[in-house]
Design a protein around this ligand. Sequence first.
Ligand code: 5AD
Ligand code: SF4
Length: 423
Amino acid sequence: MDDADVIIFNTCCVRENAEDRLFGKLGEAKKFKEDKGTIIAIGGCMMQEKQITDKIKRSYPYVDIIFGTHTLENLAKDIYFALKEKKKIEDVIDIEGEIHEGTPIVRGDNIKASVAIMNGCNNFCTYCIVPYVRGRERSRKPGDIINEVEELAKKGYKEIMLLGQNVNSYLVSEREKDNNISYEVIVQGKEMIVNSFATLLKAIDEIEGIERIRFISPHPKDFTDDVIEAIANSKHICHLIHLPLQSGSTNVLKRMNRKYSKEQYLKLVDRIRRLMPDSTFTTDIIVGFPGETEEDFEDTLDVVKKVKFEQIFMFIYSIRVGTPAEKMEDQVPEEIKHKRFDRLKALAEKQIAEKNETYVGTTQKVLVEGYSKTNEKILTGRNEANVIVNFKGDKSLIGKMCDVKIIGNHIWYLEGCCDKIQE
Ligand code: 5AD
Ligand code: SF4
């Protein structure tokens, strides 16, 4: 912030602690505004919440630009007017707008890239603010997505992460409006039809140069067999599946409006494992949802024990203003939430350590991302299950897929040695 002429905060409103951080940082930024007139801009989902923009205007009047999630393409113009004409700018529009194509993207590296395939969410899980700030589901056109991935492949990118709040609803809302919706696309000179998430995956799988395809997040209730088959029959789609559980208790799941039960979730995992015995899973879990009893929490631990996740993203439930769960009366006391969180964390860490031990002695395909942050002589990358693998090797291996023999388990990463580059 010291050096900046313009400070831009990109915000997230999914959980309370991310929100709190913005206000702390805004306090820090005030000094720069006062000392040298730094332009301060805030964007992202929080700006789609009226009570937040009201608070900023009231309590942080030195903020110059507020921009929403649907006006990103105007940012350069907004900054220009703030700089040149010293104008206060509020550029937030209705969340139901069309997806804007063609906004230039600067990406952090040249090996892995994220590509949005859809925006919004129709699910209204009772704890979640996303449907209120991102609007209803709408999908990008298959041709636009495929062009973007082909361009990335040409630039040498090797791994693509497809993004959406509920990726397996890709084109579902569009199909509700037009039952026959279907797009012809040309991939590597071959004509293909895309009319669903499964067919989109198949098309992207054909793009030459892309070695790994991942996607987040699918909703368990919409994980159809055609998607499982598309992954199983693909050349490049990772067999690591992020499958948000949220809770292992059927009771809690019902009150979360998740539309699946504990048993249905476990059956889905079985179904995927039957077709792909090498599949692995990561998940999201919320601890301390209103009304969660000790018994409910034990159901969550039970699912964790049964599935043996590769990684668990754990969250303590936080109230989101305007969601149905905000009004639920039986909020769980903070102390109990934290104790349960610690128990889940301990179980997850034990399982992950045991799991990592099973990699020792195996050979893993590792996409090399660069040098390790802590040791400049050690290369770092990830295997298909997204576990970090560090090994000694030459700079020329960066960006390549290598066969790495795993010789050690260090809990947060695996140690390997590289035999050869994969052809
Ligand atoms: N409190 C805690 N965690 C939440 N998530 C979403 N809303 C909340 C909330 N109110 C978590 C869910 C979701 C992830 C992105 O964030 O687990 O999958
Ligand atoms: Fe939120 Fe995901 Fe539920 Fe949509 S599906 S409401 S984004 S948790």
